[in-house]
Design a protein around this ligand. Structure first.
Ligand code: ATP
Ligand code: MG
Length: 397
């Protein structure tokens, strides 16, 4: 038993001692069997939330209406969720009603994929009611029950399918895939934040190309903002080799692939409800990529473009351009070296600040900002040394 489960064993023991059933469930069981790193250890039990709260000293009502109580054990938080069924999904997303039940089978039945519907006893014995172990060993992602009905109930499961495909390098079982293709439009009913989260997980996974290929092939890409009508362009991405490491790289890749300008990039990211920090980072990446690919860029322009982007965007842009095979590894190293050797790498590192300029007779306001920017440029391109006296002497002239 993995140490993560061993640490949580007392919780199962306490629930069992009180006469209830309790199992490890969900992603942790799947990942342990696949010998992948385990994230959160989730527990399912026949005890109702009020009963769980009576058994443990320290609990938090995390999602009590859904049956989830957080139990603290040695400062680690475990989500203990009562066996439940979900019924009558009227809007293709959240269940209208959650019913607590005493049967493990009922609980496992509502789960999305067979590999996510395994339960593990305190001693490590696996309860496999939907042939999840076979699928796990064959690398197969298969919906529990009738895939069409399951995606119709909750369309987010379609995104989870391609996300798991990308993370686990699993195949999508044929009927499961067909059911996604038939239901792809229902994705429009799902909050973009939830789609976003799954989509980024997909794109940062080691087999993102496969997940993205299914996302396009099943026409899910037609049901999300900004990707409709772009299947041919998007398809090209699936042939690229390499990995992405953050969200700005993901969106930068799409902005460059779809050749978006600044305005359209911002519009795409706003439609996906990305954080402002991500929007800024992506825009820097897109801008620098455009500058670096300008054939007649001179040395000063190149240095200024690298400086303006800043260290993180320089790194991200070079990674993405390399991934897209628009630059070679040698060029990536060269650009990186030019940036590293700039006399100035961030605005703050300029030897004079606004205060210095004001003491030397420049009025606060736009003129001050312009002067600072002019000095930065002169230092970055090597016209002036980054030295206070030298810089102040030029503004006096
Ligand atoms: P991760 O490693 O990303 O946490 P996970 O499988 O644990 O993957 P969670 O979102 O943490 O995913 O959900 C825990 C479990 O709850 C899943 O393994 C699955 O059994 C069930 N589950 C989660 N979301 C759904 C859903 N939309 N429909 C059906 N079952 C779900
Ligand atoms: Mg999980």
């Amino acid at each position: 038993l993995a140490p993560e489960f061993q640490a949580a064993q007392p919780i199962l023991a306490d629930l069992e001692a009180a006469g209830f059933e309790a199992y490890f469930v969900g992603g942790a069981v799947r990942d342990a069997l696949l010998q992948r790193p385990i994230h959160d250890v989730d527990i399912a039990t026949s005890a109702y939330p009020a009963e769980v709260k009576q058994i443990f000293k320290r609990t938090i009502d995390t999602g009590i209406q859904h049956g989830t109580v957080t139990v603290m054990a040695h400062d680690v938080a475990y989500e203990v969720t009562t066996f439940r069924t979900e019924s009558t999904y009227q809007d293709f997303r959240r269940p209208d009603k959650v019913t607590f039940v005493r049967s493990l089978k009922e609980d496992l039945k509502r789960r999305d994929f067979t590999i996510n519907a395994l339960a593990m006893r305190h001693d490590g014995e696996i309860i496999d009611l939907f042939d999840g172990l076979k699928d796990l060993h064959q690398g197969m992602l298969r919906a529990v029950g009738d895939p069409y009905a399951r995606f119709h109930e909750d369309a987010l499961r379609m995104m989870r399918a391609v996300r798991f495909q990308a993370q686990l390098a699993f195949q999508l079982e044929a009927q499961t895939k067909t059911a996604i293709a038939k239901n792809h439009r229902l994705l429009q009913k799902i909050a973009i934040e939830r789609i976003h989260s799954e989509f980024i997980k997909l794109m940062l996974a080691s087999n993102w190309q496969t997940g993205l290929a299914t996302f396009i092939e099943t026409k899910m890409s037609e049901a999300v903002p900004g990707f409709s009508g772009q299947a041919t362009q998007l398809q090209k991405l699936t042939a690229l080799a390499g990995h992405l490491t953050n969200e700005c790289q993901v969106w930068g890749l799409f902005a460059l692939t779809l050749t978006l300008n600044q305005k359209d990039t911002r519009q795409l990211l706003r439609a996906w409800k990305s954080a402002n920090q991500v929007i800024d980072g992506t825009e820097r990446l897109r801008q620098l990529a455009t500058d670096l690919q300008t054939t007649d860029i001179d040395e000063a322009e190149l240095k200024w473009a690298l400086f303006s982007a800043g260290q993180i965007a320089v790194q991200d842009t070079l990674s993405v351009l390399k991934l897209m095979a628009r630059i070679t590894s040698e060029q990536q190293a060269e650009f990186r070296q030019i940036y590293d050797q700039l006399p100035l790498q961030s605005s703050k590192a300029l030897a004079v600040n606004g205060q210095d300029l004001m003491t030397n007779g420049i009025q606060p306001g736009p003129e001050l900002g312009r002067t600072l920017q002019r000095l930065r440029y002169a230092v970055v391109v090597g016209q002036l040394p980054n030295n206070k006296a030298a810089l102040l002497s030029t503004i006096k002239k």
